[in-house]
Design a protein around this ligand. Structure first.
Ligand code: SF4
Ligand code: SF4
Length: 74
């Protein structure tokens, strides 16, 4: 079975755009505020079906695919 998606490793590799949460067909990604008031996605793995649509729309993953210069995002 595919691994559950990990959307980012470092905060600098997530801009909180909410694209992943918007596209998730199971609505299992929710945005949470950190202590500084920035939003980051969290996945409810109990509902996730490993479709990876969240990763396919993430601008950081797309940039990585194009020019390979975004590191440590997983
Ligand atoms: S893999 Fe699919 S179901 Fe799981 S969080 Fe991403 S978009 Fe949602
Ligand atoms: S799509 Fe990527 S950059 Fe946007 S909130 Fe989700 S993980 Fe962060």
């Amino acid at each position: 079975m595919k691994e559950y998606p990990k959307l980012y490793n470092l905060k600098e590799n997530c801009c909180g755009c909410t694209a992943c949460a918007s596209i998730c067909p199971k609505e299992c990604i929710y945005m949470e505020f950190d202590d500084e008031g920035f939003m980051y996605p969290r996945v409810d793995y109990n509902k996730c079906i490993n479709c990876y649509m969240c990763k396919s729309v993430c601008p950081f993953k797309v940039m990585e695919g194009i020019n390979g210069n975004v590191k440590n995002y997983v």
